[in-house]
Ligand binder design. Structure first.
Ligand code: SAH
Length: 353
């Protein structure tokens, strides 16, 4: 019985590798029986990734420049209603300092991430992007600052931003509404992703694995959604509860499900840039290494100044909050070398062939 199931699943994995898409029921079958075929999935996912990106692992320096946020996402530790969050903003000079340190450590992509903080107007953001681009023309800039208007995205692109990371969080509208307040809208978030594509940003979407109310059907829907959107990057990580949110008692996502979704994404979107996230490293000490072995090819170490790191607490027990950037990259290089892969000094652009 077991053996037959494994055969069925392996055949589905072969089909996915060949056709790069499955029907919802077929994805669901794999997800439900993941224990019987995960090793086979990872082997295929790695082969596909290696054939496009080789043994290179790209790094993105994450600069968490503000934890002020006007939104109230129910799962998030920096949500507006969390009165225990100690709020901070980095100055333009501090952000440039982070980029400078990062550049010297070999980073060629900077991700500017923050809450939705009205303090950073289009003008201020344009100044930040321009200054980084002027000093480091060989680097890519990714913005990850939430939902904005088409006009705003357009201005920031013109100022020099290359990429934009905006996880859709969940592809199912009803599920979206269960984990966000009714002041937020699924349709607007998706609108943003399509606007960003239209403006020719390299676009990153993504979702949490194991967020409250998520079903296995929802996970199967993620793959169909991603296939349709066809993003250049996809950030996924386990949901991890945060003690000062209404979801404080909810179970976190699992390593197994996150790895399995990474493998399925790699076969569905072979060229996608796929990070092994900090959240994955948080729920398992070897999570990021395992993520790479399951098909990931990107890491996003923290470049934020040490004294603000513990304030950007999206979820409990986030790792690397005590480290200096230099320590972080050294530790990661050692970790990754155990997997047979290498961190490279490269912008790490999407390869479309
Ligand atoms: N304001 C930006 C950045 C949000 S924080 C934006 O809206 O895109 C970056 C990501 O952290 C989010 O997209 C979300 O997927 C993730 N995140 C937030 N809270 C989390 C939690 N409790 N567990 C796991 N991931 C979380």
């Amino acid at each position: 019985m077991q053996k037959q199931l494994t055969t069925t699943c392996n055949q589905l994995i072969d089909k996915l590798r060949k056709e790069k898409i499955l029907k919802k029921e077929e994805y669901l079958c794999l997800i439900k029986n993941k224990r019987d075929c995960s090793e086979y999935l990872y082997k295929n996912a790695r082969e596909v990734c290696d054939s496009i990106y080789g043994k290179d692992i790209y790094i993105r320096g994450l600069i968490e420049f503000t934890n002020y946020c006007k939104n109230d996402c129910i799962y998030c530790g920096i949500r507006k209603s969390n009165k225990n969050a100690d709020r901070y903003r980095l100055t333009v000079e501090q952000i440039l300092d982070c980029a400078n340190q990062g550049y010297n450590l070999g980073f060629r992509t900077f991700v500017l991430q923050g809450g939705e903080d009205g303090f950073y107007s289009d003008e201020i953001l344009e100044e930040i992007v321009r200054k980084i681009k002027l000093k480091y023309p060989d680097c890519a800039i990714t913005l990850s600052i939430g939902e904005r208007s088409f006009e705003s995205y357009k201005r920031l692109k013109k100022a020099g931003a290359d990429r934009y990371l905006l996880r859709h969080e969940t592809a199912n509208k009803k599920h979206y509404e269960k984990i966000h307040p009714n002041t937020m809208s699924y349709d607007n978030r998706i609108r943003c992703l399509y606007d960003l594509k239209e403006l020719e940003y390299q676009v990153g979407a993504g979702f949490m694995v194991g967020s409250p109310y998520q079903t296995v059907e929802n996970l199967a829907e993620e793959l169909l959604f991603l296939k349709k959107l066809n993003p250049n990057m996809c950030g996924i990580g386990p949901f991890v509860s945060h003690k000062d949110t209404p979801f404080k008692n909810e179970k976190s996502g699992t390593v197994e499900m996150t790895l399995f979704m990474l493998g399925l994404i790699r076969l569905t979107l072979p060229n996608v840039l796929l990070p092994a996230t900090t959240a994955l490293g948080t729920i398992d000490p070897l999570g990021r290494e395992k993520g790479i072995k399951a098909g990931a090819n990107v890491l996003m170490p923290n470049l934020s100044p040490s004294n603000v790191r513990e304030k950007y607490m999206l979820y409990d027990n986030k790792i690397c909050i005590g480290d200096e950037a230099a320590q972080c990259i050294k530790c990661l290089k050692t970790r990754i070398s155990t997997t047979g892969y290498n961190i490279v000094v490269d912008r790490g652009d999407y390869k479309s062939i």
